[in-house]
Design a protein around this ligand. Structure first.
Ligand SMILES: [Zn+2]
Length: 113
């Protein structure tokens, strides 16, 4: 389950940010998860709660937003909407689409008490 290592990364960022903001308890974390990142929001939520235990992020509310995916279709020579990784191009039906957006997970904002 790669969500566990992702959750560890998130908690690390959150703790560093909270520490530089005065070391208060973290009450909420906003995450942006790309539709093509293969991150399962519910699995990440579960892992986050486990990893955040005994840290400044313990009990923090996780707000997850999912960003749509996009890719560059080589045959069409244009950017197309991608619902999932390895989906075919909606215009030509081919699989030569290079993902360009929605492949990452980012911490957008952190609320510190
Ligand atoms: Zn195409």
């Amino acid at each position: 389950m790669h969500e566990m290592s992702l959750a560890e990364g998130v908690v690390k960022i959150v703790e560093e940010t909270a520490a530089s903001a005065g070391g208060g308890r973290v009450t909420a974390v906003w995450l942006d998860i790309g539709a093509l990142s293969a991150v399962e929001p519910e699995a990440l939520r579960f892992c986050f709660d486990a990893v955040a235990r005994d840290t400044l992020a313990q009990g923090a509310r996780l707000e997850i937003a999912v960003t749509a995916g996009a890719g560059w279709c080589l045959p069409c020579g244009r950017t197309v909407v991608l619902g999932a990784l390895y989906d075919p191009c909606p215009w030509c039906g081919r699989h030569q689409v290079q993902p360009t957006a929605g492949t990452e997970m980012r911490v957008i904002e952190i609320e510190v008490e």
